[in-house]
Design a protein around this ligand. Structure first.
Ligand code: SAM
Length: 214
């Protein structure tokens, strides 16, 4: 049985977490990640447009969940492109595989990762996308350094995550990483901001590249 951890949120509630840092009712968690109303604030079409993807590119979606982004990103890079959909939780990858079967998308490769390593091949990714997941990584700068090794020359890392304040959606503030703290981690990992988008109501959206080209 999954080990349960408890964390007190600023709402005063107890938030149970399993060994992957996910809520124990994983089916409800998955349903929330793919519910239609998420598009009102997550704006997936605008996010994907802002990523400026090209046919044939390789994208790694780290903390992919059930593929809210992996599947439309796979369509954006086309059949000559590929998405590595990385997640640490096998139950969530099973949901991703079901959604892949239903979607008819054939260019997504699910990757069951380690908590501290996405297990990506070196020099392979044009873009690494991280959405609402960075706060799960046990050591952010070390994780970003490992991800940087998976980039092709000219490759980028995009991070979308909740602002660290009370919001109508997302985890409580004490589970979030503030934009400034994330940027400090990125800097420590040898990454610089090359683009920042501000159209999302609840999240920051920064695009990074290595200070020294890989
Ligand atoms: C809030 S969900 C976001 C999913 C997806 N990016 C989205 O936007 O719908 C966070 C996901 O990260 C996964 N995760 C947690 N810790 C992880 C780790 N250390 N490495 C990779 N994935 C992780 C969880 O299993 C979960 O599916």
């Amino acid at each position: 049985m999954a080990a349960l951890l408890m964390a007190a949120s600023s709402h005063g509630e107890q938030h149970h977490k399993d060994e992957h840092g996910n809520p124990p009712d994983v089916q409800e968690y998955i349903a929330r990640m793919v519910e239609e109303s998420r598009a009102d604030w997550q704006k997936p079409d605008e996010v994907i447009r802002a990523l400026d993807l090209r046919a044939g590119q390789v994208v790694c979606d780290v903390g992919a969940g059930p593929g809210y982004f992996s599947i439309p990103v796979a369509r954006a890079v086309g059949e000559s492109g590929r998405v590595y959909a990385v997640d640490v939780d096998p139950r969530i990858l099973a949901a991703l595989r079901d959604r892949l079967r239903q979607s008819g998308v054939h260019n997504v490769t699910p990757v069951l990762s380690l908590a501290d390593d996405a297990l990506l091949p070196a020099g392979r990714c044009d873009l690494i996308l991280i959405v609402d997941t960075y706060h799960h990584f046990p050591d952010g700068p070390a994780y970003l350094r490992k991800l940087t090794r998976a980039l092709r020359p000219g490759g980028r890392i995009a991070n979308v995550d909740f602002h660290k304040r009370e919001l109508p959606v997302g985890p409580p503030p004490d589970h979030k990483i503030a934009r400034e703290a994330f940027l400090a981690d990125a800097n420590a990992a040898g990454l610089k901001v090359v683009q920042e988008h501000t159209f999302l109501p609840y999240q920051y959206f920064v695009v990074l590249a290595p200070l020294i080209a890989p």
